[in-house]
Design a binder for this molecule. Structure first.
Ligand code: C2E
Ligand code: MG
Ligand code: MG
Length: 621
């Protein structure tokens, strides 16, 4: 037996050759012989060199890999611990080599799993692993949280696979980690962006739904009620339009802060979008508490706000809905609070209103009408009727008031008093109103050509039309399209509309177009006379309620007499509406009222019957 030793031989041509020399001692009696055998060792030499290179490569991969790499033997004793693993797990390779890996990772789901099985003495962490088995070894990536000795938690992705030799025997494990900290931070950032309203920092609609559902769950377990307050700012649009969006945004921020100051820590305030906020009062014992909070919010938001030197006044309208009395699902709670908020707005702004089922009925009726109106628009089912306006002295017809008509399938006509308010609330009034204007102008122009020339045309405009649509453009286009003299067009606007600054502005512009402006239903609105007298008005229309009583005695007659006298002094014409009897007509004439309209003369009639109605009135004298 001889141990091979690697040496180099030199060939004849001078090249070096790795050789192995074996020496064997042979004995024969007293003779000793040494047998030297020389082998060519080139193959083995090359193989050893390759192995050295491979191991150097493996080491450099481990050292420079961006991912932390850990290798252990089959008992979990550390063989390799890459520099990036040191950095991420905050451990030192020098302390670990040959040690069992003191690593415990905790699965997100809550159960603790050792990275590579540990024995009972393993520290830190709550896991008590069993020796031997690998918890997972298929190289599958899973998410864990690594707890550093100082308590810092590092989220990681981890894959462990077995290390096997050529013959397939398991001799260790290799773990590859991926540090998720950055990604988690980014995800958290995105979550906050998604859940938070960027402008006010309040939770958004998404979170509102979650939290409201949680509040309902809590009340189900513990009793009590949940209060939902839907808050809408009454005049936000005006602030936004007049001071600009930047100030509008600032205002919303201030409102958010005031709302927060009105509620307790357990309650929440979220922004629904626009100028709408929702407050959730979790687990209140008595319904009255929701109203107390609502009252406080009204008081707080009505206090003037300072915006970069401007003092701004706003007010909220608040609808209150309670779980479980008023609704039991998140969607219904918000919907009913919204219904109550609308009722609060209609009742005059700056107030709160608890939800009631009558409100819901009214809201669904409104929805039904709106839906039917949209269909009717599409099918061109609306038409315009014209009520003549008569000169009370000469009995000549001077003009007509265009009144919208919606004939139903059964021949009955739905009153505009019923559906116009709905159209105003839903914004449908803009397209319908434009249609009325264009249709009436066209039909009355046609009547000019058909032999009834020069009638003045009165059109009713709702405040919302003046506030929201490009009414000025529409009016001037319509006049131009029909070659209609602006002086012949009169726009009837109700008195209360003059209070709104935007509407007032639109009225001024209309006046500049040369059209006439009349105050409809004069005497029934909320405006003060001084407000009305600021405007360039052409006519006052005395409301029907005063006309009804004009012949009933001195006291009643005094109201119409006063309006007529006022008109005379201001140089404004007066027209009385709703004249039903000769006595009323006579009394008004005696008071100096120039014109009137009403059933005494004619109902509103379709365009085809207008010439005949006019003829009938004028021939009666
Ligand atoms: P309004 O502008 O004050 O119109 C007068 C209403 O009194 C009309 O009711 C008319 O038919 C009715 N009326 C006329 N003479 C008499 C009478 O002698 N006795 C009685 N009891 N009533 C009389 P109508 O057509 O139902 O319209 C109701 C309201 O609907 C109108 O009040 C107006 O505010 C609104 N409206 C009608 N058409 C339109 C429209 O095209 N656009 C807008 N924005 N509002 C409209
Ligand atoms: Mg009118
Ligand atoms: Mg009227």
């Amino acid at each position: 037996m001889g141990a091979g030793r690697e040496l180099f031989g030199v060939r004849k041509d001078g090249s070096r050759l790795p050789i192995e020399v074996g020496l064997d001692v042979l004995r024969s009696g007293s003779d000793v012989m040494v047998l030297a055998s020389i082998f060519d060792a080139s193959e083995r030499h090359a193989a050893r060199q390759r192995a050295d290179e491979a191991s150097a490569l493996a080491q450099s991969i481990i050292d420079s890999a961006a991912f932390p790499i850990i290798a252990t033997d089959i008992d979990g004793r550390v063989l390799e611990f890459s520099p990036s693993a040191e950095r991420v797990l905050r451990l030192r390779k020098a302390d670990l080599l040959g040690q069992r890996l003191p690593i415990v990772v905790r699965e997100q789901a809550g159960s603790a799993v050792p990275l590579i099985e540990l024995d009972d003495s393993a520290e830190p962490g709550p896991a008590r692993g069993r020796r031997g088995a690998m918890p997972f070894g298929n190289g599958e990536m899973r998410e864990y949280v690594w707890r550093c000795a100082d308590g810092t938690r590092v989220p990681i992705h981890l894959a462990v696979s077995g290390l096997r030799n050529r013959s397939g025997t398991l001799f260790g494990y290799i773990a590859i980690l991926y540090d998720l900290s950055e990604r988690k931070r980014y995800e958290e950032h995105m979550r906050i962006i998604a859940e938070q309203d960027a402008l006010t920092g309040l939770p958004n609609r998404l979170v509102l739904h979650e939290r409201l559902a949680a509040a309902i769950g809590a009340v189900e377990r513990e009793g009590g009620q949940v209060g939902v307050l839907l808050i809408d700012l009454d005049n936000f649009k005006r602030v936004n339009d007049s001071l600009g969006h930047y100030m509008g945004d600032k205002l919303l921020g201030l409102v958010a802060a005031r709302l927060r100051s009105c509620i307790r820590v357990n309650d929440m305030v979220a922004r629904m979008g626009g100028d709408e906020f929702v407050v959730v009062l979790a687990g209140i014992r008595r319904p009255i508490i929701a109203q107390l909070v609502a009252r406080k919010i009204v008081r707080e938001l009505c206090r003037p706000l300072e915006l970069d030197g401007h003092t701004v006044e706003i007010s909220p309208s608040i609808g209150i809905c309670l779980y479980p009395t008023d609704a039991v699902t998140v969607d219904d709670l918000i919907k009913n609070a919204d219904t109550a908020m609308y009722a609060a707005k209609e009742a005059g702004r700056g107030r709160f209103m608890p939800f009631s089922h009558e409100m819901a009925d009214a809201a669904s009726e409104r929805w039904r009408i709106e839906h039917a109106m949209r269909l009717a628009m599409g099918r061109n089912e609306f038409c315009v009727a014209y009520q003549p306006q008569v000169d009370l002295r000469s009995a000549r017809v001077t003009g007509v008031e265009a009144l919208l008509r919606w004939p139903g399938v059964d021949g009955a006509t739905t009153s505009p008093a019923h559906f116009i308010p709905v159209a105003e609330q839903t914004g449908l009034i803009a397209p319908i109103g434009e249609w009325v204007l264009r249709t009436a102008c066209r039909e009355i122009s046609q009547l000019d050509a058909d032999g009834v020339p020069g009638l003045r045309l009165s059109i009713n405009l709702s405040p919302r039309q003046l506030r929201e649509s490009n009414m000025i453009e529409i009016v001037s286009d319509t006049l131009a399209d029909n070659n209609f003299d602006p002086e012949r067009l009169e726009l009837e606007i109700t008195e209360s509309a003059f209070v709104d600054d935007d509407v007032a502005h639109a009225i001024m512009q209309l006046h500049e177009l040369g059209v006439r402006v009349a105050i409809d239903d004069f005497g029934t609105g909320y405006s003060s006379l001084s407000q009305v007298t600021r405007f360039p008005l052409d006519r006052l229309k005395i409301d029907r309620v005063f006309v009804q009583d004009v012949a009933a005695g001195m006291r009643h007659a005094a109201v119409t007499a006063a309006i007529i006298a006022m008109g005379r002094h201001m140089g404004i014409d007066v027209v009385a509406e709703g004249i039903e009897t000769e006595a009323q007509a006579r009394a008004l004439r005696e008071q100096g009222c120039q014109e009137g309209q009403g059933f005494l003369y004619s109902q509103a009639v379709p365009i085809g019957e207008l010439a005949e109605a006019i003829h009938r009135i004028e021939s009666r004298g």
